[in-house]
Design a protein around this ligand. Sequence first.
Ligand code: SF4
Ligand code: SF4
Length: 148
Amino acid sequence: MSSFKEYISGYANGLKSLLIGMRTSMKVFCQKKVTEQYPENRHTTLHIPERHRAMLVMLHDENGNNRCIACGLCQMACPNGTIHIVSEMRETEDGKKKKVLVKYEYNLGSCMFCELCVNACPHDAIRFSNDFENAVFQKEKLLLTLNK
Ligand code: SF4
Ligand code: SF4
């Protein structure tokens, strides 16, 4: 007789927890959905803060010129060798020697997004963009040249 009672009470407890679970499911089913479909509707639902540091970029004007003077301060400020600057001395029209940027290499794969490089730049030549979709299958593709 006691095993029959246990069976009934176990059955009742199971039914009770099932109803509680169903009530929770129905409640959530009727609530406003918060799930965002990514990447399908990223342009309508995704909100990346403007100051989010996703990758370093070099600013260029409409003629493709940048403000970098190849001083190397950003490279020196970088704690882990993420930036590599190649520069050369060129003669200007008035016969003076001037250091110019040849190649600005940035390794997105090793960047810590600390922004020390941006803060070190005296010419506001670089900044962080919030464009975060940079996943690649080969890490070599993360080695970027920032100057045009
Ligand atoms: S954000 Fe930091 S780690 Fe990345 S390039 Fe600049 S200084 Fe180097
Ligand atoms: S980006 Fe700025 S700090 Fe870096 S080399 Fe160019 S001018 Fe100098």
